[in-house]
Design a protein around this ligand. Structure first.
Ligand code: PMP
Length: 367
């Protein structure tokens, strides 16, 4: 039995109860094999089937074109901060790449890439991560190996509501926290990377969706486990993969399919984020969201209580109140402060409504 806790954790995050129950049922005995996925050889027919089924479902859900490979890798999205430059910098003659830095995660990605090449941030450095510099002002290098950005900054709550363009330069997007929450035209991207522990499964597996022609350019020092060519040639089974995490991702993909697919997730996401933002916008400043209107995240919603800088006492009281209501995971990231509500796919409209109601009641009592 799952409890009635409402889980707003930023990640690892809520997984739908039906997925957890299915995993539980199959834990000890997977499809009458007499043992579970945790105990299964990654070379067995059953496990290959799990990998293939997950790939098929992901391809269908995201309408991934045939000229893209799907890889299930280890090392987290952070591992990809290194893998992207190690595999792609050779696409430029002088190992240069462009980065857009709109938050904590793209900043980390750019910093890691600097170990391997010449990294150009295409806009003046942001003093605070509350906006996306206007696309017309980006100083793009037409000879860059790629243009990298983070589609949804989980810590800061900044989300791109458009797909950046860079001519023939491939776009690499970190979609760790918003993958499968909106339709995405995969053909506009060179690669999409995503850690699984928010919207598509549990920690341990990192998804890479990459266009065929970008595979095979790795630097000679690229570690084997991060080598897209090697992993693509081996169907992500060069070494022991994070098998249980891939299995769980498979269950989540099934759940998304049975719940109406990406369009349904996108609709739910719009409704959920609107519920919270409308309380904030109509609160006469009692709640304050620091992010520009045009790039507010639908997934991670940071806000302050009691004014723009936040009132520490009110924010502690607010968190105390959410705790009494069985809500967890609402404390803002330590670098931002305040409150952050994470509304991943598994968080329901009803759960979000309860948070919106609590916010209204709290405002009435304290404004
Ligand atoms: N990118 C984004 C957008 C994230 O939210 C996170 C994790 N919170 C990461 C990268 C890093 O992922 P990991 O911890 O799996 O390395």
């Amino acid at each position: 039995e799952k409890s009635d806790v409402i889980n707003f954790n930023p990640g690892p995050a809520k997984i739908d109860a039906s997925v957890m129950a299915k995993a539980q049922t199959e834990l000890l005995n997977y499809r009458n094999l007499g043992f579970g996925v945790l105990e299964m050889s990654h070379r067995s027919a059953e496990f290959i089937d799990i990998v293939e089924q997950a790939k098929t479902n992901l391809r269908e859900l995201m309408k991934i074109p045939d000229n893209y490979k799907i890889l299930f890798l280890q090392g987290g999205a952070t591992g990809q901060f290194s893998a992207v430059p190690l595999n792609l910098l050779n696409l430029s003659s002088d190992a240069t790449a462009d980065y857009i830095v709109t938050g904590t995660w793209s900043a980390k990605a750019a910093k890691e890439a600097e170990k391997f090449g010449n990294i150009n941030i295409v806009h003046p450095k942001l003093k605070k991560y509350t906006s996306i510099p206007a696309e017309e002002t980006w100083q793009l290098n037409p000879n860059a190996a790629y243009l990298y950005y983070c589609d949804n900054e989980t810590v800061n709550g900044v989300e791109f509501h458009f797909a950046p363009q860079a001519g023939n330069v491939p776009i690499i997007a970190d979609m760790s926290s918003n993958i499968l929450s909106k339709p995405v035209d995969v053909s506009k991207f060179g690669a999409i990377i995503a850690g699984a522990q928010k919207n598509i499964g549990c920690a341990g597996v990192t998804l890479v969706i990459i266009r065929d022609d970008l595979i095979g350019h790795q630097l000679k020092e690229c570690p084997a486990v991060l080598d897209y060519k090697l992993q693509a040639d081996m169907n992500s089974l060069y070494n022991t993969p994070p098998s249980y995490s891939i299995y769980l991702t498979g269950l989540v993909l099934e759940w998304i399919k049975n719940s109406g697919g990406v369009m349904s997730m996108a609709k739910r996401s719009a409704i959920k984020s609107q519920l919270i933002y409308s309380v904030i916008n109509n609160s006469n400043g009692f709640y304050h969201c620091m992010i520009d209107d045009d790039c507010r995240s639908r997934i991670n919603l940071p806000f302050r209580v009691g004014g723009p800088g936040g009132d520490q006492e009110l924010e502690s009281l607010f968190l105390e109140r959410t705790k009494q209501a069985n809500m967890v995971g609402l404390k803002g990231h330590r670098s931002v402060g305040g409150i952050r509500a994470s509304l991943y796919n598994a968080v329901t409209i009803e759960e979000t409504q309860k948070l919106a109601d609590l916010m209204l009641a709290f405002q009435q009592e304290h404004a």
